[in-house]
Design a protein around this ligand. Sequence first.
Ligand code: HPA
Ligand SMILES: [Zn+2]
Length: 354
Amino acid sequence: MSCNISEHKHKFLHELPKCEHHVHVEGTLSPELLFSLAKRNNITLPDHFPGSVELCNERYDNFADLQDFLDHYYIGMSVLINEQDFEDLAYEYFKKAKSDGLHHTEVFFDPQGHVERGISIETVVNGLNKACKKAEEELKISTKLIMCLLRHLPVPNCIETIKSAHKYYNDGTIHGLGLDSSEKPFPPELFESCYKLVKENHPNALLTAHAGEEADPIFITNSLDLLNVTRIDHGVQSHRDDELLKRLADNKIMLSVCPLSNVKLQVVNDVKELPIRKFLEFNVPFSINSDDPAYFGGYILDNYIAIEDRFQLTGEEWVKIAKNGVYGSFIDDKRKEEIYNAIDEVYNKYKDLI
Ligand code: HPA
Ligand SMILES: [Zn+2]
């Protein structure tokens, strides 16, 4: 806990009901689980990969940028082989996030990162879905799976991936489409046909895309115009374009912001450089998320605390952020109402103390 935050404010932030919209399940693979799965599955990691938990943690403090992280991340996920591995991975994340005050989460996964290594999409989705069901029953959190396309792979490969996932959109196992991996060399316009294919076949699917993490605000505008997304992942570069900020606010396009990720991948030098005040001033809805918590030094609560530590938000501002996260979630009105009420309850408990 940061020394700048009072004990009551810390407790308030801990208990504040949270919705997470930007977490890659492969990015929840802790070094401990990584090495234990490597052993269980007889996987030999390449020589240049850090050989111990300690060396991994050292490496995670020194990512030069997004690409440097991704080069490591794709090797890390190579230890995931069986359905049980995917279930264990996701369930560990659900338990940890629940203990941080999470009520709802929308989880990204990268099927191509596994299919490329000979693991079937069935293995991946069945394992993740088992963890989702168990989390809903045992932890009482709501969950949605969002399949991401790897933008560094050829479009025909992305189209094949979508076709192989049709059945999971149809039976309600997969709820949305996202776009991740190396941003700058692979602009959103390359993926128009992919988003069109999902929209035509699954009109109710949530469409989102990473945009404006490292690249210019035009990547955000083009994601909205050409991919028809209704949410933007990261989107922090939008602060450079006031017209875009107005558009995001007017259309209630939520940004899924990931503060500790932005520091670890050197998008900013410090959380205090993030345009949080500008987003609040322009009424741009945003949620606060962990991205790849096992790699970036913090789960959802750590990200909330990092923002509080740098910006000292009021209780009302926190309630607004939490409620915007509920509003922007891919859940029905009844579930939204439950979480809104839970937020009010926590606020009423702490409002005279924070
Ligand atoms: O922050 C990210 N950006 C792009 N791709 C990713 N894949 C995992 N995390 C990220
Ligand atoms: Zn991400």
